[in-house]
Design a protein around this ligand. Structure first.
Ligand code: GLA
Length: 399
């Protein structure tokens, strides 16, 4: 029996957020609304958002929803339902600062803090009840969904209207800052941009050298193709040093060059000079960044021409590079990649656990999922869970 991930409708998710709010904050007036932000899946362009590269993600139909009411005493009270239990946090906004709070509540409190100091909004406290259908620790950006749902809620409660694209760009920066400075995860901007700018039926072409966000057609249905997500359920975290160590090398090269990797003429050769004792390692890492950037630009062209064969070939190459050059895959991810047939498959997200995606004919969904499941069982890996991904709306008001 295959294990498919359940997803609630927008109405069910909004009702669950309101119910949690009523139980968690009985002394508070009714919430001013319910807002949601999606997780994302990245099709290609991995580990290059912090190197001036490009990515092609789309927003998922799986959302985090927040029921929110304003307060007047400067306090943030947060209740979050996760895995059948409810976690609580309470912190004065004035106490939020780099490094504090650094647990899960830092994604929420840090977003309000960063948006406030960027003058994107003013806030005198909030009660926030959180429910989510975005799988956690799967490389599908549950953290960004948490940040971005908080950001659009706080924005609309402050301004009385939804953020336009200019305000979304400002909120994306605040969410990134919350994650980098308050929680201490040195991630790039891929996830927050995808969650804030996603649109149903579209993918996004994010160019990190210019900051440009383009909504591009993503109509795989027309070719009877689907995107299968296989969550390996292997333990995953981005704040355990592995992600930071990859990024540290790229940052060192970029700061030695005074530019992004993309702008360095022969970046691989240059990288070898930055730390001669680790020249081979630096070369490998930078070679991934250079080639993945080129692959993603080529994938953008292939998508514009609806050439999914070429797109699938590039996805396969991306996984091989993340496995052999950037070394962020795990045995579980590699097993799922091989079992999915490799063409059109790759790991998605930061790696070190998480999910594999496969762009495959609709008729092959069951057999591909079964093959991934059987390969995991054979090696006694955790049982994978599955989802057929469709592109959904970016962060918005639900109710
Ligand atoms: C995580 C980070 C992103 C990006 C990806 C890898 O999802 O949050 O900024 O670096 O890993 O592409």
């Amino acid at each position: 029996m295959l294990n498919w991930i359940d997803t609630r409708s927008d109405e069910q998710l909004a009702a669950a957020a309101r119910d949690l709010f009523a139980v968690a904050f009985p002394d508070s007036p009714a919430p001013g609304g319910v807002w949601a932000a999606p997780g994302r899946v990245n099709l290609i362009g991995e580990h290059i958002d912090y190197a001036g590269g490009a990515s092609i993600p789309f927003a998922l139909e799986q959302n985090t929803a927040v029921a929110v009411a304003p307060r007047t005493d400067g306090l943030l009270r947060i209740a979050s339902e996760y895995d059948g239990a409810v976690a609580h946090a309470s912190i004065p906004l004035a106490d939020v600062r780099p490094g504090h709070p650094s647990d899960w509540s830092g994604y929420v409190a840090g977003t309000v803090w960063a948006a406030t100091i960027a003058n994107a909004l003013t806030c005198s406290g909030l009660d926030i009840a959180i429910v989510s259908d975005v799988p956690v620790g799967s490389g599908l950006s549950s953290s960004a969904a948490l940040e971005c749902s908080t950001a659009v809620a706080a924005y609309e409660l402050c301004h009385g209207r939804a953020p336009d694209d200019t305000a979304r760009a400002q909120l994306a920066q605040a969410c990134i800052r919350a994650e980098n400075e308050v929680v201490g995860a040195s991630t790039g901007g891929l996830d927050q941009n995808a969650s804030l700018f996603g649109q149903r039926g579209k993918a996004l072409f994010l160019d990190f050298s210019t900051g440009a966000v383009e909504r591009v057609p993503f109509n795989i249905d027309a070719q009877d193709m689907v995107l299968l997500i296989a969550d390996t359920n292997a333990p995953h975290t981005l704040s355990d040093g592995q992600y930071a160590s990859r990024r540290g090398i790229i940052d060192a090269v970029q700061s030695a060059a005074g530019s992004t990797i993309r702008e360095i003429p022969d970046a691989e050769a240059f990288a070898a000079t930055v730390d001669p004792a680790a020249a081979e390692l630096y070369r490998r890492r930078v070679r991934h960044v250079v080639e993945e950037t080129n692959r993603t630009l080529a994938a953008g062209t292939a998508l514009a021409k609806a050439n999914l064969d070429e797109f699938r070939r590039l996805m396969r190459e991306s996984h091989v590079s993340l496995r052999d050059l950037y070394e962020v895959t795990t045995p579980e991810l590699d097993s799922a990649f091989t079992a999915a047939g490799e063409l059109g498959a790759r790991m998605t997200g930061g790696g070190f656990g998480g999910a594999v995606i496969a762009l495959i004919p609709r008729s092959a969904v069951e057999s591909t999922a079964q093959a991934i499941h059987d390969a995991a069982a054979y090696r006694s890996f955790p049982e994978p869970t599955f989802l057929v991904a469709r592109s959904g709306e970016g962060a918005r008001r639900l109710a």
